[in-house]
Write a protein that binds this ligand. Structure first.
Ligand code: NAP
Length: 323
């Protein structure tokens, strides 16, 4: 029998992609923030008890990294207390929980890619609240998968890809941080990888693990690594190429640029110090995906291939589909 799946965060970058993929696995119940605000414990209880899901996929989060510095109570409520209550309710009804976390649980001092077993030491409030969410889930002992990912972008929503495209219509010169390393991960590729892991678990064939056996934390990011500066340059190259080719094939690009021309002529690398953000971010937040690959045979494409896919004429953004 197909499971009932409760999906939170369906309007987000990742959530909207999951909302179109998860129906392949089961019956999806996907309340939006008005129907299920993770800051409201009673709502969480009510929805969990009404929907009685076998699987809860939590793609909702407080993701505004800078705002979290001064809005810690809300960030903690959404990123830690809400997931704790989802986990508590899931355990109560015997459901399994899939939760997403972040590369920003690490402090970035390691030179090599981070392993799941490396110690977390977040530098900012967002990272601390996400780590608290992870810990609450583990402590409750609910059967869970925590997928840590990084630098999510999509052709919709608030993200670096769209910010660069907008800035490229406004400024001749962009100055972008070149000393923070990470792996930009497209929400669609991430959703596909997560769905593929779940599909293998639910298929329950001999080579695949059951959910309880798989229980734990997995890193799940694009392959490869880059800096924000290199990522920005790759975005502009892809956008200019798409604009030359057939811009009418990419309505999302016209919307991201307000149908204006790209005027940026120079992209300059700067240091984190020069950028002067009040929020600290790790210098290296590249995650090793070895465990995901070994346990599930799932590997995400290289970040450059993921970016190219967004600019392909075949790409259909999740938010352009009827909900
Ligand atoms: N973005 C990144 O670069 C990044 C990097 C690493 C890890 N992650 C993690 O990956 C996951 C997905 O991130 P994302 O980038 O897809 O997030 P996103 O685009 O910012 O979407 C967040 C979702 O959470 C919902 N939400 C926010 N506050 C809520 C509340 N109080 N109650 C219920 N829903 C609420 C939002 O609803 P509205 O649309 O109504 O606001 C939206 O649907 C999160 O766990 C995030 O921490 C993200």
């Amino acid at each position: 029998m197909k499971p009932t799946i409760l999906l939170t965060g369906k309007t987000g970058q990742l959530g909207s992609e999951l909302n179109r993929l998860l129906p392949n696995l089961g019956k999806v119940v996907a309340p939006d923030r008005n129907e299920l605000d993770l800051r409201e414990p009673e709502k969480i209880r009510q929805i969990m008890r009404n929907a009685k899901p076998q699987l809860v996929v939590n793609a909702a989060a407080y993701t505004a990294v800078d705002a979290a510095e001064t809005d810690q109570a809300n960030a903690l409520a959404v990123n830690a207390e809400g997931p704790r209550l989802l986990a508590l309710e899931a355990k109560e009804i015997g459901a399994m929980l899939v939760h997403f976390s972040t590369d920003y649980v690490f402090d970035g001092s390691k030179k090599a890619p981070y392993l799941e077993t490396d110690s977390a030491n977040p530098l900012n409030a967002y990272g601390r609240t996400k780590l608290a969410g992870e810990q609450a889930i583990r402590e409750l002992g609910v059967t869970h998968l925590i997928f840590r990912t990084s630098w999510i972008y999509a052709t919709h929503g608030r993200n670096f890809l769209r910010t660069i495209l907008r800035l490229a219509t406004e400024r001749e010169e962009l100055r972008i941080v070149d000393d923070q390393f990470g792996a930009p991960t497209c929400a669609l590729d991430l959703a596909e990888a997560a769905t593929s892991v779940l599909a293998s678990i639910f298929a329950g064939t001999k080579s695949q693990q059951t959910f309880a056996e798989a229980n734990g934390t997995y890193h799940m990011t694009a392959a490869g690594r880059t800096t924000w500066y290199e990522f920005a340059k790759a975005i502009l190259e892809a956008a200019l190429e798409a604009a030359r080719r057939a811009p009418q094939d990419l309505p999302w690009l016209a919307s991201a640029t307000n149908a204006r021309s790209l005027i940026t002529r120079r992209v300059l690398p700067i240091s984190t110090e020069e950028f002067r953000s009040p929020t600290r971010r790790p210098a290296n937040s590249v995650l090793s995906n070895e465990r995901l690959s070994q346990d599930f045979g799932v590997t995400l494409p290289d970040w450059r291939n993921q970016l190219q896919r967004c600019f392909s004429p075949k790409y259909v953004p999740a938010n352009s589909l009827p909900s």
